[in-house]
Design a protein around this ligand. Structure first.
Ligand code: HEM
Ligand code: HEM
Length: 214
């Protein structure tokens, strides 16, 4: 394989050696929650809904941070640009590495795809549960357990409380997009590994604790 050549990016020379705490918290919080809800948990259970609400809160925080956060965390630093993303991938394949002050254009596109999918999965989840908070879900389940069947509107088995076509569509969308999230995650991890290798830089460390001190 050709030795990668490096080129300076348009604005500053390189991405942060350590992302700020809000980016790190929202990244790993969302990643853990998505994997938990997609893999381990029974859909619609109290744990599932609570984890889903945590994702909503983290997503909201990241969206605010995209406007108010430090320069490299702002949306303006990594605009969605499919042509630039393709160009970046072509350069990567041909062994040229260009540095950006934030996410590279391919990583940026992946981030927006994640956020759009996360918004879709959480909104469809809210539709299925009629907007019930985890506290309401817990109270309903406790009521049903004690024999108060009126609370069965949000039932105890974690099924959707909307049986109409809209509710069924939301359920379908929820499951399809949850699976899409997992496909994106696999592509994302592969992309991070390739980019780290090409840049000779540990991108995962920058999302965790920063570069190791020598
Ligand atoms: C990180 C985001 C989420 C992911 C990855 C996710 C994933 C999934 C998956 C894979 C299922 C199907 C599981 C199964 O049938 O065994 C499911 C079902 C369900 N999810 Fe989520 N979910 C997320 C967020 C939410 C949120 C925020 C809510 C509600 C506020 C929610 C409510 C539900 C409900 C009610 C079901 C049961 C659907 C039914 O079969 O009637 N989910 N979810
Ligand atoms: C379902 C799981 C995951 C989701 C939803 C996810 C989502 C994201 C998002 C949205 C970003 C943009 C960050 C921001 O600006 O706030 C990002 C960046 C990043 N993610 Fe993940 N991620 C996941 C799993 C992982 C895993 C397992 C790793 C480790 C191998 C990882 C490593 C990274 C790195 C290093 C970046 C920064 C890339 C760069 O320097 O441009 N992610 N991820």
């Amino acid at each position: 394989m050709a030795t990668p050549r490096t080129e300076a990016g348009p604005a500053a020379a390189s991405p942060p050696a350590l992302w700020d705490p809000v980016v790190r918290l929202t990244h790993w919080g969302i990643a853990a929650a998505v994997l938990l809800n997609a893999a381990l948990d029974e859909g619609g259970s109290l744990l599932h809904v609570a984890v889903g609400w945590i994702v909503m809160a983290l997503l909201l925080l990241r969206m605010v941070w995209g406007v108010l956060g430090p320069d490299e965390a702002r949306f303006a630093a990594f605009p969605p640009n499919p042509l630039a993303a393709l160009r970046h991938l072509r350069q990567l394949v041909s062994g040229r590495v260009r540095h950006y002050s934030s996410h590279n254009p391919a990583g940026a596109l992946m981030a927006y795809a994640f956020w759009a999918a996360l918004a879709t999965v959480t909104v469809s989840g809210l539709v299925m549960t009629g907007g019930a908070t985890p506290m309401q879900v817990a109270a309903d389940k406790a009521a049903v357990a004690s024999g108060d069947w009126s609370a069965l509107i949000r039932d105890s088995e974690g099924e959707s409380d909307r049986d109409d076509a809209f509710g069924e569509a939301a359920e379908e969308v929820h499951e399809v997009v949850a699976n899409l999230l997992l496909i994106l995650a696999a592509l994302h991890v592969a992309g991070v590994a390739l980019e780290s290798r090409a840049m000779r830089r540990n991108l995962v460390a920058a999302m965790l604790t920063g570069p190791r001190q020598k």
